[in-house]
Design a binder for this molecule. Structure first.
Ligand SMILES: Nc1nc2c(ncn2[C@@H]2O[C@H](COP(=O)(O)OP(=O)(O)OP(=O)(O)O)[C@@H](O)[C@H]2O)c(=O)[nH]1
Ligand SMILES: [Mg+2]
Length: 305
C-alpha cells in the first residue's frame, strides 16, 4: 500500500500593520519565529514559518503590513508583502474585528481586485476577543460583498480561538506534493537574522514612538564557543546622533535592559547560553544604503520611487 499523499504549500498572511499577522504565524507554528509588538510596522521582511498538520506541510509567509508607502523603506516593505502574496498558494487577509473596514482595508481589497492571478484569498477576522459576536455577522457580510473570499474565519490569534479550524482548513487546500522542508524545521530565516529581530523587538518595546523606524539591528559576528555557548555581536544602527543617546539610555541602562531581555529570549530559543554584545552606531544614511536592506531580507530596488 502506498503512503497517504502528502500536501505542501505556501500561505501568505497579509493585512494592515498591527492586524496580528505575526501573532497568527507564531500561533500556527507553535513557536515565536516572528517578532510581535503593539506598534505598527513591526515586521519588515517576509518571514517563513513551517507547521505540520496531518499529512500537510503548511509554510506560512508573514509579511510586512500593507499601508500607503512614503519612504524608501516603506516601499520596499510593501513590495515584499505583495511579493509574498504573489508567491503563495493561498492568501489569508487579516483584518481587525474592532476596527472593521478601514480605509486601509479598502485599499488592500482594491489591489486584490486588480491583481491578475487567481490565488484564492480567505478572510480572517482577527481579535474577536475585542468585540461582541453580533458585530461580526455584519462585518462578514460587508467584507464578502466587497470581495469574493473563498472562506471567512473568525479568530483570535492571541488567544487561539478559531485557529485550529483555520489551520485544518488551510491544510486541506494545499496542493498535493512532497514536503518542502524537513519535518522538524519551524522557520526559514537565517539564525543571525532571527537574533537581530529579537533585539529589534526588545528595542521597539522600550523606545519612543518615532525612533524604531529609523533603527535597524544587524548581527555582525557569531562565534560558537567550545563550552557550547555562543558569542553574538550585534550593531544597532540609528540615523541620528540624538537617537544614540536614547538607545543607550541614562548610564547605558536602556541598552543594558534590552541586551538582557534579548539574550534571555535567544537562550531560550537556542537552548544554550549566549553572550550578547550590542554596539550602537550612528549612520545618518542607513535608510538609503542597499546593504542594510539585504541584511533585512528586503530588495533595495523595490524602494525606488
Ligand atoms: N486582543 C487581541 N490582540 C491581538 C490579537 N492578535 C494580535 N494582537 C495584538 O496586536 C498587536 C499587533 O500584533 P502583530 O502580530 O505584531 O501584528 P502584525 O500584523 O504582524 O503587525 P506588523 O508587523 O506591524 O504589520 C500586538 O500587540 C498583538 O499582541 C488578538 O487576537 N486579540
Ligand atoms: Mg508583523
Amino acid at each position: 500500500m502506498s503512503e497517504a499523499q502528502t500536501k505542501a504549500g505556501f500561505i501568505a498572511l497579509i493585512g494592515e500593520p498591527n492586524a496580528g499577522k505575526s501573532t497568527l504565524l507564531n500561533r500556527m507554528v507553535g513557536a515565536k519565529v516572528s517578532i510581535v509588538t503593539h506598534k505598527v510596522q513591526t515586521t519588515r521582511a517576509r518571514i517563513r514559518g513551517v507547521a505540520m498538520e496531518g499529512n500537510s506541510q503548511l509554510i506560512f509567509i508573514d509579511t510586512p503590513g500593507l499601508f500607503k508607502p512614503r519612504r524608501r523603506l516603506d516601499r520596499a516593505m510593501v513590495a515584499a508583502a505583495w511579493g509574498g502574496a504573489a508567491d503563495a498558494d493561498i492568501v489569508v487577509l487579516l483584518i481587525e474585528a474592532h476596527r472593521g473596514i478601514t480605509e486601509g482595508v479598502c485599499r488592500i481589497i482594491e489591489t486584490l481586485q486588480e491583481r491578475e492571478t487567481n490565488v484564492p484569498v480567505a478572510l480572517a477576522i482577527n481579535k474577536i476577543d475585542k468585540v461582541k459576536s453580533e458585530a461580526l455577522l455584519a462585518l462578514t457580510q460587508d467584507m464578502n460583498d466587497a470581495y469574493p473570499f473563498v472562506e471567512t474565519f473568525m479568530i483570535s490569534a492571541e488567544r487561539g480561538h478559531g485557529c485550529d479550524t483555520l489551520r485544518a482548513w488551510l491544510a486541506e487546500q494545499l496542493p498535493e506534493g512532497p514536503f518542502l522542508y524537513p519535518e522538524d524545521q519551524i522557520a526559514d530565516l537565517p539564525m543571525r537574522m532571527i537574533a537581530a529581530e529579537m533585539t529589534r523587538e526588545k528595542l521597539t518595546l522600550r523606545l519612543h514612538q518615532e525612533l524604531p523606524y529609523e533603527l535597524t539591528v544587524e548581527t555582525e559576528g557569531w562565534e560558537e564557543r567550545k563550552d557550547g555557548s555562543a558569542r553574538i555581536d550585534q550593531i544597532i544602527y540609528v540615523a541620528r546622533d540624538g537617537h544614540k543617546g536614547i538607545v543607550l539610555g541614562k548610564g547605558g541602562e536602556t541598552v543594558k535592559a534590552v541586551s538582557k531581555a534579548a539574550r534571555l529570549e535567544l537562550e531560550d530559543f537556542l537552548g544554550r547560553r549566549v553572550h550578547l554584545f550590542l554596539q550602537v552606531k550612528v549612520r545618518p544614511n542607513w535608510l538609503e544604503e542597499a546593504a542594510r536592506y539585504s541584511e533585512m531580507g528586503l530588495d533595495f530596488k523595490d524602494g525606488n520611487a
